[in-house]
Unconditional design. Structure first.
Lengths: 109, 100
């Protein structure tokens, strides 16, 4: 029984690590600020949830589990809020999204 | 197991730092710093388990609060800023014809 919990925890931690690194790579590789925000924001939340769930499985019943749950709830509340505020601030400062300009160019020529 | 997770989080922190130094607009830097903060919370939690001392979780909780408040404060400061050459440097497409 304990081996299964260890295996599940290991899988969750590895999945969280994968999403963390892929979020970092996506933030460096995507062409535009809004797409970079998508890569960083989505994988950030998923990485935090998976890693904290993996730690919860290792913690067992007790105060540690409650603290991990508090951190998880706080991150789930604040991380999307921060990403939303960031996108709104960028849009208000008139940062233009990268648009597909092929149609406009075809109609112009 | 925890060491592998901690190493992966450190790699992600390194990528976020590269983006924070390189990113053309101010918002790219804020995005990278936000990701840095979230990854730091996870790193503190994982390091507590790695060392066998889960007391570090209190520090992780406080760091999550501080990270969110600082990001929102910086964003409120720059949201309606007139210093466009700081927030969106020249060369980046900008919608200057929109209403104020």
């Amino acid at each position: 029984m304990s081996n299964w919990i260890d295996l599940l925890s290991w899988l969750l931690l590895m999945a969280g690590s994968f999403f963390g690194i892929s979020g970092g790579v996506g933030m460096l590789r995507f062409p535009d600020f809004y797409t970079r925000m998508h890569a960083a924001g989505v994988t950030d939340t998923l990485c935090a949830v998976l890693i904290l769930l993996g730690l919860m499985l290792q913690a067992g019943w007790g105060l540690v589990l409650i603290k991990l749950f508090l951190i998880l709830a706080l991150l789930l509340l604040t991380s999307p809020t921060a990403t939303h505020a960031l996108g709104r601030a960028a849009f208000h400062s008139r940062l233009q999204p990268l648009l597909d300009t092929r149609e406009k160019l075809a109609s112009k020529s | 197991m925890f060491a592998v997770a901690a190493g992966a989080i450190l790699v992600a922190i390194g990528l976020a730092l590269i983006h924070a130094f390189r990113g053309p607009t101010l918002y790219d830097r804020i995005l990278a710093v936000n990701m840095f903060g979230t990854k730091t919370v996870l790193l503190i939690a994982v390091l507590g388990f790695l060392g066998g001392r889960p007391d570090f979780l209190d520090i992780a909780l406080v760091y999550a609060l501080i990270n969110f408040i600082s990001v929102v404060a910086v964003l409120r400061f720059f949201e309606y800023s007139r210093f466009r050459f700081i927030t969106v440097p020249p060369g980046i497409p900008r919608n200057d014809t929109a209403d104020e």
